[in-house]
Write a protein that binds this ligand. Structure first.
Ligand code: ADP
Ligand code: MG
Length: 695
């Protein structure tokens, strides 16, 4: 059998290949660009391009593409072949440094929220040498950033790289204050745990809703759902196991460290977690992972659903963003250290994260806001829409002792003195096993649990990195001018805890009491995308994001519009699909069943005296439901046409939230009831029990 170590990364132009194929001079110069961001010389680019091309052709590639992440949340690519005409009528394979470094996709149809002036429809893509090129389906993929000619970011990679740079800059200032001179750079890392559903492709094909929207818009709950809890970590069915093995192999070839796989809470739901990596690599890899999950599924006659809520009443899918900050010396800044100084440093970074999450609750919330994710957050299956931090009892007690100048723990007589005392050892188990917190400290990292399964991780990390960079900046400004560093730091941490402890909550996030309590504490509860998204344009957010060079003001406003448009379009497509399914499939089928039953009653009555109470009742109840469905469908149709006439994007998003979704719910509720009363043979598409237990 082929060994994993033999094919792992075989499709990646990684460090090993670079070393083997580039001259020492070129390799060193490229490494400097990768590690330190120094500009790349065109002669170096030419040499790298030539080596990449030879390597790719050797592995069967015929084309190359600049791969980028436009604001649609998907990835985009345009393939060019390497061929170039030779004078003798044949072709040669060419790929220059210029083609490697810069591309010009016709970008006019990607959303830009008005950023690109109409006369300048073309943006350009620029190679991101920090993320390795790879081969997929006979094409050399070059990870790139996507900008307009005036330099505005039209994608998710550019601001993500900017946010990493911001946190690097500010964290270095803090580390310097601790006398940490060796550290040259600080990077954030992410391990995203990805949840998904698998359904049978033949069944999937029969459901317009799954095809058009990625989720079921109709469907009554089956008699058995997830209440038995027998799926979570349960044994994996053979067909699913084969899929997972195939998926792992494909990911490994691309150098993606797929590590953990298991069944999730809901039937047909699973999870895949990679080993964590630098944030921009993790973001690229997660996009690739989502794409490959879907592609590999088809080979097994399965469909991989990445929607946040494919089935109403059944747990939805999220993506846990495990996040940490570490230095080029390998030190994790979110890990409690061994010495008093390390501990003080840890507590300072911890305090910065606490303040950042409190100050920018809205930015974190809106970074995960989509029509799909609105179904999960706050529905007692995923974190509430309110942001809070879980620290665990031990760490909370330490902070409490610092805040109140009281001794920590029962045994110590002395007060906790930062920079002098060593923190008690936290046992891993007392950190979060409570899975209800949106933002949990898990021993040496934070787990941001609000992301939806289909979200790009970029948005969440852009906002998180930016917010933390801002607080680190404030801390550095204050501490750099302090006379006595230790006491200034002690004072700063104390003040920060006092002011921001309202964001710390270690209890059950699914409890309704918490939502009331959170309101008392003044925390924001932004329930829907329509509520959350406009806050990106709040002055404090615009000021912060522009100050750190993450976004320009124009980029912020364009992003709000694009995300709201996405929300409106998504719900609109769902509404139109519902109307179509109700009119062409559900109502006719239920009506046919009712009328066949009515005919049967007529026939029966002609030969017997029996009243046929069951059939009569059934026919009359179904007739009522058919009328209800008809009315609800008409209402939904009228909502769809009203929406067309609302030009203002904020108004349109509120209309979707308040009117459209309510009309959809009304139609669904009548249809789901009718489904439970209609004979299976008559129902036009596979129902929940078949979809959920059919693989
Ligand atoms: P659980 O389901 O218990 O949260 P998993 O093993 O499914 O744990 O996922 C944990 C994720 O966190 C993995 O992707 C792992 O690589 C990642 N991770 C571990 N340590 C760090 C760290 N220091 N920084 C970022 N991510 C981390
Ligand atoms: Mg997990």
């Amino acid at each position: 059998m082929e060994k994993i170590t033999d094919f792992y990364g075989s499709m990646v132009f990684d460090d090993r290949i670079m070393k083997a194929t580039l001259s020492e001079k070129v390799y060193k110069s490229l490494k400097r660009t990768i590690d330190r961001g120094t500009p790349l010389d065109i002669s170096v680019a030419n040499a790298v391009a030539a080596a990449m091309k030879d390597w790719a052709i050797e592995l069967g590639a015929t084309h190359y593409t600049h791969w980028f992440q436009p604001l649609t949340g998907l990835t985009a690519e345009k393939h060019d072949s390497f061929i170039s005409p030779a004078p003798d009528g044949r072709v040669i394979m060419e790929f220059s440094g210029k083609e490697l470094v810069k591309g010009e996709p016709d970008a006019s149809s990607f959303p830009s929220g008005g950023l690109r002036a109409t006369f300048e429809a073309r943006g350009y893509t620029a190679w991101d040498p920090t993320s390795y090129a790879f081969i997929k389906d006979g094409t050399l993929y070059i990870p790139t950033a996507f900008c307009s000619y005036t330099g505005e970011a039209l994608d998710k990679k550019v601001p993500l790289l900017r946010s990493m740079e911001a946190i690097n800059k500010q964290a270095l200032r803090i580390l310097k204050l601790f006398g940490n001179a060796k550290v040259k750079s600080v990077k954030t890392s992410v391990g995203p745990e990805q949840e998904y559903f698998l359904v049978d492709r033949d069944m999937w094909k029969k459901r317009k809703d799954l095809i058009m929207t990625g989720r079921t818009l109709f469907g009554a709950m089956p008699p058995k759902g997830q209440e038995m809890d027998d799926h979570y970590f349960g044994s994996i069915k053979p067909r699913v196991a084969e899929y997972m093995a195939d998926l792992d192999r494909e990911l490994w070839k691309l150098g993606i460290l797929a590590k953990t796989k298991h069944n999730e809470v809901a039937p047909a739901q699973h999870e895949l977690a990679p080993i964590y990596d630098t944030t921009n690599i993790a973001a690229d890899h997660n996009q690739l992972t989502m794409e490959i999950m879907q592609k590999v599924a088809l080979r097994h006659n399965l469909v991989c659903l990445l929607h946040e809520k494919p089935f109403a009443g059944v747990n939805g899918s999220g993506k846990h963003n495990n996040w940490s900050i570490s230095t080029d010396q390998g030190e994790n800044l979110l890990s409690p250290g061994e010495t008093p100084a390390e501990n003080a440093q840890f507590l300072l970074f911890l305090a910065a994260v606490i303040k950042a999450v409190d100050d920018y609750q809205d930015l974190l919330r809106l970074s995960v806001a989509t029509a799909g994710n609105d179904h999960r957050l706050g529905a007692n299956e995923a974190p509430p829409a309110v942001i809070s931090i879980f620290l665990g009892d031990e760490l909370t007690a330490v902070l409490n002792a610092i805040e109140t100048d009281t001794p920590y723990g029962g045994t110590k007589k002395e007060k906790m003195q930062l920079g002098v005392d060593v923190l008690p050892k936290f046992s891993k188990d007392t950190t979060d096993r409570n899975r209800t917190s949106p933002f949990a400290f898990t021993g040496n990292k934070f787990e941001f649990r609000m992301l939806g399964s289909s979200n790009s991780i970029s948005c969440a990390n852009i906002h998180l990195n930016a917010a933390v960079a801002e607080v680190l900046k404030q801390f550095a400004d204050e501490l750099e001018s302090a006379k006595d560093f230790n006491s200034a730091m002690h004072d700063l941490i104390k003040r920060t805890i006092k002011k921001h402890k309202r964001i710390i909550f270690n209890g059950n996030g699914y409890d309704d009491e918490w939502i009331k309590e959170a309101e008392k504490r003044g925390l924001m509860n932004l329930k829907t995308t329509a509520d959350a998204m406009p806050h990106i344009c709040d002055k404090k957010n615009v000021d912060m994001l522009t100050a750190h060079g993450i976004f320009t003001e124009a980029e912020i406003f364009s992003r709000r519009d694009i995300m709201l448009e996405n929300y409106i379009k998504t719900v609109n497509i769902e509404a139109v699909t519902m109307v179509d399914m109700a009119r062409k499939e559900i109502i006719p089928s239920v009506a046919k069943f009712a009328s066949d039953t009515a005919s049967a009653v007529a026939v029966k009555k002609s030969v017997t005296e029996v009243a046929c109470k069951y059939e009569t009742k059934l026919v009359s109840e179904l007739s009522v439901l058919i009328d209800e469905m008809d009315t609800a469908t008409s209402e939904l149709e009228s909502a769809v046409s009203k929406l067309k006439n609302i030009a203002d994007i904020l108004e349109a998003s509120e209309f979707v939230r308040d009117t459209m979704i309510a009309a959809m719910d009304k139609l669904r509720s009548a249809a789901d009831k009718a489904e439970t009363m209609t004979a299976e043979d008559y129902y036009p598409f596979p129902t929940y029990d078949k979809l959920l237990f059919g693989v």
